[in-house]
Design a protein around this ligand. Structure first.
Ligand code: TA6
Length: 300
């Protein structure tokens, strides 16, 4: 059940850590500010919109031209793709990347953990979601905001049958100029090239971006490093419980078609998504849980 801002404030605000407020289009936002960093999280989709360690330029990119609305995914941040990644395997009418990112979640708890702030959210299933996903599963998101950003997406299968799960943290990272970055950690991984007829290829050397890139790297379990010379920093993407890594930049035409990147917005971002997609989807046994776990950190 969705609570109003006042009730949420009473229950979940923590001085020096969490403030609950109403954002654009009436979206409920949780503003997290502590001595180590800051983040804004929308309750719709449990959507982490921003994150920056204290004294650091934003690490997570949020489009200044995003259109906010109930039931519409926010352009940027960390959209949750769940319980499938990409188009639904059999019903094209169902939303791409599943329904978690456009559905209301509830706050389970907020707490200070040392100087960091931890928030736990749970997706609120309803008749619309059940019609899309007739399985008894629970999904929670645990976010720890500090000098690093730690995110765990946990799915529990409460049904008597195995379910096939696809998921991703579809994270948009801020970069100075995407044409100058390198992504390390995917060398020699096989990948599906979605801009070249879903052809299967193998990565040679670091990933660089000089055109539309939309690739699902398979069997990719290592940390990735986003090397950004323009911002003179490296972002480490450490993960567990994820066998796929999706790299996406829409480039000029696709960004213009999407209409919410703004002029040249595509140059300031790259998606590096920790996922379980394509060949790597998960068969979750009855009663079992699976956690997709990432930690983002800035290295000089
Ligand atoms: O993860 C890359 C991708 O699947 C692209 O193909 C593109 O569709 C992107 O996700 C964004 O999708 P969205 O539904 O958020 O516009």
């Amino acid at each position: 059940m969705s609570l109003d801002v006042n009730t949420l404030s009473e229950r979940f605000e923590i001085p020096g850590h969490v403030v609950v407020k109403e954002g654009p289009a009436g979206l409920v936002l949780l503003d997290v500010t502590n001595t180590l960093g800051s983040s804004t999280i929308a309750l719709q989709g449990a959507h982490i919109m921003t994150w920056a360690p204290r004294g650091e330029a934003p690490v997570i990119w949020l489009s200044p031209f995003g259109k906010f609305a109930t039931g519409k995914s926010i352009r940027g941040g960390v959209p949750i793709c769940w319980p499938w990644f990409g188009p639904h395997e059999s019903d094209a009418k169902l939303p791409g990347h599943g329904y978690a990112r456009t559905t209301m979640w509830e706050v389970v708890r907020t707490e200070a953990v040392g100087d960091s702030t931890r928030l736990v959210f749970r997706l609120i299933e309803n008749s619309v979601t059940k019609a899309q996903w007739p399985h008894d599963t629970e999904v929670t998101l645990t976010v720890t905001v500090g000098q690093t950003l730690s995110i765990q997406l946990t799915t529990t299968n409460r049904s008597a049958q195995a379910v096939t799960l696809g998921d991703a943290l579809h994270t948009y990272f801020e970069v100075k100029d995407v044409r100058d970055i390198k992504i390390l950690g995917l060398e020699n991984c096989p990948y599906i090239d979605k801009v070249d007829g879903q052809k299967r290829k193998q990565q040679q050397g670091p990933v660089t971006i000089d055109q539309e890139v939309d690739r699902i790297y398979l069997e990719s379990t290592q940390d990735c490093i986003l090397d950004d010379p323009g911002l003179q920093r490296k972002i480490r993407i450490a993960k567990r419980g994820s066998r796929s890594t999706v790299v996406w930049n829409p480039w000029i035409e696709k960004a213009a078609k999407m209409g919410d990147f703004g002029e040249n917005g595509y140059l300031g971002m790259v998606c590096i998504e920790s996922a379980n997609a394509a060949d790597d989807v998960i068969s979750l046994a009855p009663g079992a849980s699976h956690t997709l776990d990432v930690t983002y950190s800035v290295e000089r």
